[in-house]
Design a protein. Structure first.
Length: 648
């Protein structure tokens, strides 16, 4: 899920300043795929010099170490093999496992996640595991096969064993070669006719920008071709045909090693999480609708003489455009372009994963997948993204926010909220993810893609988040039909903004570094166009079918702390649903199941059983959430449990 890039320069007349400038641009252009760490490796003559740090690429460029590395290793009249990496931290501790990963005079950068790395380590016990990053198994296997195979055959054997998305660029010191490969298409390259210079990157757009700026220096005067690597195919460039006989050295400059994490069986330490369980016996006494399961604590709820709520009385069942219309649309889309004819929103969650499957397998579309990572995409979601994209052969574009900054903003807003808790202000914890819409539109514009495809669940509409801000759903107002829109009407947005402004005035702690992020998030969600194609406008969403496809065909990973497959890829959902359930006696699970009851998908009794099960606190996920936000889990949970309940 990172940004990788490479340069092959066998053109000795290419000036060193030009190469340095291209390196700088590649590092900056790749940074939007990961800002947690960065690194670079340069093979020059008989030595490989490596620099990697737990800082963003733009900051690495300003360090004295970077200037020293570049000036000593990029000189006029020399050939170079260069690779770089901008890391979105997935598997492994950032400061210990930055890339390039260097072992056995092999330097490798890797975009993706190997989901069967533990299995491969157990299967190949002769290999040496020293790091905590999945890329290491690639290097170990590659080195093992290189003892008897040539470069391409060795790498092919590696790719035949791994599961999960993997795009790699490697420098081999002894062979003086650079090799690139991908099993899902997230790696592109351009090379000159004489193959004396090449540019590689995770995204085609990155190479296009380099060519636009440096085309005349690269010898490009008219047309050019950028090629894509996929299906495990590889490409090799050598600096010379004869193996270098000089002394070979690897110089590595990286963060100081820290001790490995001690993985204890009790992940909660001395914290007794049972103290913070939800009292479901008390919640079961709350009055609920006799048709669905919404409780009396739901904002603006009213019950008639039969105990049926106004949400049920106003509900209109879903209508569908049908499979025929869906296939006709897909045929028209495929005629427009044979490749990258659409973009699928792909969070790694349950419904987006099923959507990607359906668009590719059932409709034969050739999409790219897109995700905006704002710091709350869980490792589980990333592994499922890797599974799906590798198996379906789908190129994956990820836009990474400044995750450290995003998480710090969440942390500040939680601390502010804890001073004066208010259920209407909980959505501020999730404001940072709304930039998804801005970047989705931007990626489509950059790539010339017209269709953004969503597989969002139509029954996820909650209404209570705005309701706790005093905003009543339009369809509950007398004389109005149910609003079949994704976003609130303008008057309701204004009402909610005024509510937020009042809360900000009452609690000045909300006025912090997150304020600009929150404001631009509101613009992204409520102002910019959301002209997206929605799969479940055409076909019925069926939970059992969705789960069956994902679990049986893709070995889709589920969470350890819940039986549900919903929201397990969202790191913030366990927290806000814990608060809602504890304080109001219900959560998103209750509104989802109520909608399913109204649709006739399940009986009311079954829905009740499911919500009492699904609302059980996910303490393991909460521990991850508090750890990445640097919050004391016990302090936060204790404060939340002191908040008065909305029910007796």
């Amino acid at each position: 899920m990172c940004g990788i890039w490479g340069i092959v320069n066998k053109r000795k007349e290419m000036s060193s300043e030009r190469i340095k400038s291209i390196i700088k641009d590649l590092m900056i252009l790749s940074e939007n795929r990961g800002k947690e760490a960065s690194g670079i490796a340069i093979l020059n003559s008989d030595r490989m010099a490596v620099l990697k740090r737990s800082i963003a690429a733009n900051k690495l460029l300003g360090t004295a170490e970077y200037s020293d590395l570049i000036n000593r290793n990029i000189k006029n009249g020399e050939e170079h093999l260069i690779l770089g990496h901008s890391r979105l931290v997935t598997n492994g501790i950032s400061s210990q496992n930055n890339q390039p990963v260097i072992k056995y005079k092999i330097g490798m950068v890797h975009n993706g996640i190997i989901v069967n790395d533990e299995e491969l380590w157990k299967k190949n016990r002769e290999l040496s595991k020293e790091l905590e990053v999945d890329t290491e198994i690639l290097v170990e296997l590659f080195n093992f096969y290189l003892k008897e195979k040539d470069i391409t055959d060795a790498l092919r054997l590696v790719y035949n064993q791994i599961r999960g998305m993997a795009s790699t660029i490697s420098i081999l010191l002894e062979q003086r070669a650079l090799i690139a490969a991908s099993n899902n298409g997230s790696l592109y390259y351009w090379e000159s006719e004489k193959r004396d210079i090449a540019i590689l990157a995770s995204e085609k757009l990155t190479i296009e920008k380099i060519i636009f700026k440096y085309g005349k220096y690269l010898g490009i005067h008219k047309s050019y071709s950028i090629k894509q690597l996929n299906n495990g195919n590889s490409k090799v460039w050598n600096l010379c045909e004869i193996k270098c006989q000089k002394r070979q050295e690897v110089e590595i400059k990286e963060d100081k090693k820290i001790s490995k994490v001690n993985k204890k069986c009790n992940i909660f330490g001395e914290l007794q999480v049972s103290k913070y369980d939800i009292d479901f016996e008390r919640i079961k006494k709350i009055k609920r609708c006799t048709r669905c399961i919404l409780p009396e604590t739901m904002p603006f709820i009213q019950f008639d003489k039969d105990g049926v709520c106004n949400y049920c009385r106003s509900y209109q069942k879903q209508t569908y455009k049908g499979v025929k219309g869906l296939r006709e649309w897909a045929e028209r889309t495929n005629k427009q372009s044979r490749k990258n004819n659409c973009m699928v929103s792909f969070s790694g969650g349950r419904d987006s994963s099923y959507g990607l499957h359906y668009f590719v397998k059932e409709l034969n579309l050739k999409p790219i997948a897109y995700c905006y990572d704002w710091g709350m995409v869980t490792d589980l979601a990333r592994r499922n993204q890797s599974r799906m994209c590798s198996q379906l052969g789908v190129e994956f574009i990820i836009i990474s926010a400044d995750i450290r900054k995003k998480r710090e903003n969440i942390r500040k807003n939680i601390l502010a909220w804890l001073r004066k808790p208010d259920l209407g202000m909980i959505p501020i914890f999730m404001a940072g993810d709304k930039h998804y819409f801005y970047y989705a539109n931007k990626v489509c514009k950059d790539y010339g893609i017209k269709n953004i495809l969503l597989a969002s669940n139509p029954f996820e509409k909650t209404f209570f988040k705005a309701g706790f801000c005093g905003v009543q759903p339009d369809f509950l107002c007398k004389g109005r039909d149910k609003a079949k829109i994704e976003r609130l009407p303008g008057k309701d947005v204004l009402k909610m903004m005024l509510y937020y402004a009042e809360q900000y005035g009452r609690n000045m702690k909300y006025i912090n570094s997150s304020l600009f992020d929150t404001l631009t998030a509101a613009v992204s969600y409520y102002v910019i166009p959301h002209d997206y194609f929605r799969l479940f406008d055409y076909i019925e969403w069926r939970e059992d079918k969705v789960n069956k496809i994902l679990l049986e065909e893709y070995d889709w990973e589920t969470a350890n702390d819940t039986n549900s497959t919903w929201r397990i890829g969202d790191g913030t959902a366990p927290f806000y649903n814990y608060i809602y359930c504890l304080i109001a006696g219900f959560s998103e699970n209750d509104t989802l199941r109520s909608n399913q009851v109204r649709e006739g998908m399940m009986k009311r009794e079954e829905a009740l059983q499911l919500v009492y099960q699904d609302n059980i606190p996910r303490f393991e996920s909460l521990k991850w959430y508090f750890d990445v936000l640097n919050l004391d889990m016990q302090v936060v949970l204790k404060r939340i449990n002191d908040i008065p309940r909305l029910y007796n």
